[in-house]
Design a protein around this ligand. Structure first.
Ligand code: SF4
Length: 121
């Protein structure tokens, strides 16, 4: 039995509403381009997201460093990623793009810094 779902395409600011018919294949309607079809198929098979969060940082001006997963991960792994990052502590200095965690929660995806943070003492 096929599943039907409506999702918003987030590949560009137009935000087309995509209608998905999910069976052995995913049929996408409502897209205005190939990128939207690709997004709809991905959402139908295995929805993925970049996960933004923060980690504690020592010896910096601010107590927390904004970070994110370098690549999109499966939505069903988001909770594992948040648990793995919780309690993680880095030390300043940090540069934007530095790898903070090499392989978060067994996803093979690194977590990277979203901004520079200087050492203050
Ligand atoms: S379907 Fe194409 S045009 Fe529509 S939001 Fe997605 S990327 Fe943009």
């Amino acid at each position: 039995m096929s599943d039907e779902r409506e999702v918003l395409c987030i590949r560009c600011p137009k935000g087309c509403r995509l209608e998905l018919k999910i069976d052995e294949e995913v049929i996408v309607e409502g897209n205005q381009c190939k990128a939207g079809e690709d997004h709809g198929k991905q959402e139908g098979r295995e929805p993925k997201r970049i996960v933004p969060t923060t980690v504690k940082i020592k010896d910096a001006r601010w107590p927390r460093l904004p970070v994110r997963t370098k690549e999109s991960i499966s939505l069903d792994k988001v909770k594992d990623v948040m648990e793995a990052v919780e309690g993680f502590v880095v030390e300043a200095p940090i540069e934007k793009g530095d790898v903070v965690i090499k392989d978060v929660a067994g996803t093979s995806v690194p977590v990277i810094a979203e901004r520079d943070m200087e050492k203050i003492r």
